[in-house]
Design a protein around this ligand. Structure first.
Ligand SMILES: Cc1cc2nc3c(=O)[nH]c(=O)nc-3n(C[C@H](O)[C@H](O)[C@H](O)COP(=O)(O)O)c2cc1C
Length: 331
């Protein structure tokens, strides 16, 4: 496969890295193999073990990166072929998760043009009565999405999201890990590179400083006073969404495949003119997962993998991506 030159690989990786990853940890690396195949490599030093103890979200993130690579190839008339998913340890830090060849000649993918504009929108959504119906249409087009657009039910789910998130935030290890991935001041050396910075979190400097204190040393006293939950509450944003979308995939599916569909679903949302943000806590918390499964009548053979809040952003989106440099992602 001589088509894949080092220069082309750099271009492809620059686009593939725009895929979402849990906490923006970006665990995916790429390696060009001697036979011209491309390997997706897991950097095992990049993890969020408290938020993601089973490592499922890391694999979903790798799957999203794989889909990102597929879309970058598609824009250049190439497609992935001959996928092999045998795990192979390269070193203490790196393990190949899959490798594939590249073939020429493929129909344009309508989602490829949305890679640059998709982003996590963590602000409020604009009130727009018909939008719920449009998100329903979008969900009907994909059989892995279930849309809830009934306003009182969205308000209930916003309350559940607050409870689910706070139940995790109460864990000392969870807060420590979250803070370690937060870049709350532009002076942080990784501010533009990875993790969650205050621009991505839609926080101003005062809010970001306050969040640092509330999640840090002040958490316990504030929690004793019953104030921590109030100060960290995100429910109003969820309640302003036009719809809550349940992302459900077959039980036992390869998480890389799940991740590819997770990214494609999010790109479909962008294509329909909406913005979204996952609320993993709702899927990760067994009680709320169960409640949502019942509410959405999710079939027993499907796993509720994640939950999106979806709507039109309250102000025009300025797409931005905080990512590691391409050179660091090719090994
Ligand atoms: C598996 C997975 C779970 C995620 N869960 C959450 C979440 O619970 N809350 C949130 O705000 N963002 C969540 N995200 C979004 C990431 O934080 C986001 O994709 C990353 O910071 C990169 O930013 P971008 O989406 O704006 O490009 C999740 C992403 C993935 C892939």
């Amino acid at each position: 496969m001589s088509a894949l030159t080092p220069d082309l690989l750099r271009e492809l990786v620059a686009e593939a890295r725009l895929a979402p990853s849990v906490h923006n940890i970006q665990p995916t690396r790429w390696r060009l193999l001697g036979d011209g195949r491309l390997a997706l490599v897991d950097d095992v030093s990049v993890r969020a073990p408290v938020a993601d103890p089973a490592g499922h979200d890391v694999l979903v993130s790798h799957g999203a990166a794989l889909e990102g690579m597929s879309l970058a190839l598609n824009r250049r008339g190439f497609a992935i072929t001959g996928m092999t998913t045998i795990e192979q340890q390269l070193s203490a830090q790196f393990a190949v998760l899959c490798n594939f060849a590249i073939r020429q000649g493929v129909a344009p993918d309508p989602l490829a043009g949305h890679v640059a504009s998709r982003m996590s929108w963590r602000g409020k959504y604009a009130a727009s009565p018909d939008d719920g119906t449009s998100v329903v249409q979008l969900a009907i087009a994909r059989d892995d999405l279930i849309c809830i657009s009934h306003r009182p039910t969205i308000a209930d789910i916003a309350g559940w999201a607050g409870q689910a998130e706070f139940s995790f935030i109460r864990g000392d290890d969870y807060r420590a890990e979250l803070l370690a991935w937060m870049r709350l001041s532009p002076g942080h050396p990784h501010y533009l590179l990875d993790g969650l910075n205050r621009d991505a979190l839609a926080m101003n400097s005062v809010e970001a400083t306050a969040a640092g204190f509330v999640l840090g040393g002040l958490f316990k006293p504030l929690d004793r006073l019953g104030l921590a939950a109030l100060l960290l509450a995100d429910s109003a944003k969820t309640a302003s969404a036009s719809a809550i979308v349940l992302f459900c995939r077959p039980v036992g599916e390869d998480p890389l495949t799940t991740g590819r569909h997770f990214y494609r679903s999010w790109l479909e949302i962008d294509r329909a003119g909406f913005a979204a943000c996952p609320i993993s806590a709702l899927a990760d918390h067994p009680d709320f997962n169960d409640r949502l499964r019942k509410l959405g009548k999710v079939d027993a053979d499907l796993r509720l993998v994640n939950v999106f809040r979806v709507g039109r952003p309250s102000k025009p989106l300025k797409p931005r991506h905080f990512r590691l440099p391409v050179d660091q992602l090719i090994i």
